[in-house]
Design a binder for this molecule. Structure first.
Ligand code: PLP
Length: 369
């Protein structure tokens, strides 16, 4: 018997992956076809159209990276950043730190604009950094900082960066399809996401979009990006008219993404954002009623990811363990300085529903006695 036969299903209410609908799992089980088959190419074009609508962009260069959200992050950085560049990075959690690290690995100097964890990066600080570094090539921010539950406002930062030659890179791995992203309206040049958070598809592919400003910059590079696999110029050869072989697309993962995007459009983006907001608000008030303390700055809390500090004197590790062992519910713990102090509860995609809040709260009441 294979190990899979004994696999226990879990209710995934952590920071990702999120629960996947039966319909998407069925889509993945369809027969694998070739990546140059005209049926598959048509599917890829349809995925790109649907992604443009979810991202809120007209960018022709919009596609799913073969890899998880971190691969899309690396694709953004390896294409946008050149050795010797100055890259301004808003750092208020783990994923901002990761962006700074990737900028350095591309041979750039990372100017880290640090904000206290749990708070946004104030746009004025980005403005001041752009004044201090007028030659900055790239500005990076995390829209939904999954390590803290903070929702970074983008409109002002978008306007500031658009007025310069710098490219704006935005991490929307946890944001996309859970809260509005609006790539074009917010002047985002490279926006990447993932599938395993609010898109509601298993980890494995990662949507990304490049503005014409970004594509022009990349085309003018004297040296190609360090990564061959993630080179957007080479990937364009497969996506464009030529359909030139670069690497084999992860066919069945793309069936899943397609089905997920169809689900999103059937529900409607506005209705989907509203659903995330409603269940997220409900969870937050129920946790506060139980003595939890919300960690993220008021007014900038993500609906889809709630970070909550446990009541005084309650040890989180054993409780979280019991949620998993006794109730098959997964929630996330704190990272970095918040390790052992808070829970990160995701109500993302297919998981963002009242019955899951009910199931979680019932279990929390039992384990907290
Ligand atoms: C989850 C996440 C990532 C990384 O995605 P993986 O699928 O784990 O590679 C990057 N950024 C943010 C904000 C995330 O929440």
């Amino acid at each position: 018997m294979s190990l899979l036969a004994d696999l226990q299903p879990r209710l995934l209410l952590g920071p990702g992956p999120s629960p996947v609908s039966e319909r998407i799992l069925q889509a993945m089980a369809r027969p694998t076809i070739g990546h140059l088959d005209s049926q598959f190419l048509e599917l890829m074009d349809d995925i790109a159209d649907r992604l443009r609508r979810v991202f809120g962009t007209d960018n022709p260069m919009t596609f799913p990276v073969s890899g998880t959200g971190s691969a899309a992050l690396e694709a953004a950085m390896t294409n946008a950043v050149q050795p010797g560049d100055t890259v301004i990075v808003g750092v208020n959690g783990v994923f901002g730190m990761r962006l700074a690290e990737m900028a350095r690995r591309q041979g750039a100097t990372a100017v880290e604009i640090e904000a206290e964890w749990g708070r946004i990066v104030e746009p004025e600080r980005i403005e001041a950094a752009l004044r201090r570094h007028p030659n900055a090539a790239v500005v990076c921010v995390v829209v939904a900082e999954t390590s803290t539950g903070v929702h970074q406002p983008m409109d002002e930062i978008g306007r500031l960066v658009a007025a310069t030659d710098a490219l704006l890179v935005a991490d929307t791995v946890t944001a996309l399809a859970g809260t509005p992203v609006e790539v074009d309206a917010n002047h985002i040049d490279i926006c990447y996401s993932g599938t395993q958070k609010c898109v509601g598809v298993p980890p494995g592919v990662a949507p990304i979009t490049f503005s014409p400003k970004a594509m022009d910059r990349i085309a003018a590079r004297p040296q190609p990006p360090h990564s061959w696999y993630l080179d957007v110029g080479l990937i364009a050869g497969y996506l464009g008219e030529e359909r030139r072989y670069h690497h084999t697309a992860p066919i069945n993962m793309l069936y899943a993404l397609h089905e997920g995007l169809v689900e999103i459009e059937e529900e409607g983006l506005e209705a989907r954002y509203e659903r995330h907001r409603r269940v997220g608000d409900r969870l937050k008030s129920e946790l506060v009623a139980r003595g939890f303390c919300l960690y993220a700055q008021e007014g900038h809390r993500l609906p889809q990811l709630t970070s909550a500090v446990l009541p005084e004197g309650v040890e989180e590790g054993p409780l979280r363990r019991r949620l998993l062992d006794d109730f098959s519910i997964e929630v996330g713990g704190g990272l970095g300085a918040m390790k052992g102090k808070l829970w990160r509860i995701g109500l993302m995609g297919y998981g963002a529903r009242d019955e899951n809040v009910d199931r979680l709260l019932e279990a929390v009441d039992v384990v907290m006695g």
